[in-house]
Design a protein around this ligand. Structure first.
Ligand SMILES: [Zn+2]
Length: 232
């Protein structure tokens, strides 16, 4: 059986070469996207076990966050940027699952996130999600779920309006635009829970802040935040 399986995967490999998204080497397991060399070269932040880390500092004086962290530093023209572009603009949902597993490993290994009750993916604008076919934060959550056993509550926190010109505006107006764009459909589902809000990249934190503050309006909720990457 083992032999049949391995020759089947050899055959699969012959017709569908599976190569590292970083360097193109073809010595990869079917479920991996990066070879060990490329994986080890992703710029890890080590924020998960670090209180008062820069991601937590983003939210100081804005919303009360129990713990926050990002897996990697986001830098321009990097492999990570390329993977995130694939995830967000090239329809490569599988990359989200893979990167989610990496994020899940950090969460699983950290002692600071053990009392999280549920994951909530930062909702994408419905029109954008329809166009993309999925929410990249949900793809990350599904990957996290594969290695860290926490329930995912999707489609309860929703995003209301479409802000078409959002990306063309500056930091301040983008912040102002966020007011009231998130809503919770069924607050009872989140009541008294420690929610971990998940997104791909944290930059100004404005979107996470706006969404997080809606969650914090619900009785007894506490909030933590985890993202795949952090922009300096
Ligand atoms: Zn590689």
């Amino acid at each position: 059986m083992q032999t049949i399986q391995s020759s089947f995967s050899d055959l699969l490999h012959l017709f569908f070469p599976h190569i590292c998204a970083g360097c193109g080497t073809d010595t990869l397991d079917q479920e991996q996207m990066l070879c060990l060399h490329c994986l080890n070269n992703l710029p890890s932040t080590n924020f998960f076990d670090q209180p008062n880390n820069p991601v937590e500092q983003v939210f100081y004086g804005r919303i009360p966050v129990e713990n926050a962290a990002a897996g990697y530093f986001f830098t321009k023209d990097s492999l990570l940027q390329n993977l995130i572009i694939q995830l967000k603009y090239r329809g490569n949902k599988a990359i989200g699952f893979y990167l989610g597993r990496l994020l899940g490993n950090y969460l699983n290994d950290s002692s600071r996130f053990t009392n999280v009750d549920a994951l909530v993916p930062l909702p994408l604008n419905p029109r954008r999600e329809k166009k993309r076919g999925y929410n990249q934060a949900t793809a990350l959550c599904n990957g996290i779920l594969a290695v860290w056993n926490k329930p995912v509550i999707d489609k309860n926190v929703i995003r209301k309006v479409y802000t078409e010109t959002q990306t063309h505006k500056g930091r301040i107006s983008r912040w102002e635009n966020m007011d009231g764009i998130f809503a919770v459909k069924n607050p009872a589902e989140l009541e008294n829970k420690h929610i971990l809000l998940i997104d791909d990249v944290v930059t100004t934190g404005a979107t996470l802040e706006a969404c997080g503050s809606e969650i914090l309006k619900i009785n007894g909720t506490t909030l933590s935040i985890a993202t795949l990457a952090y922009t300096i």
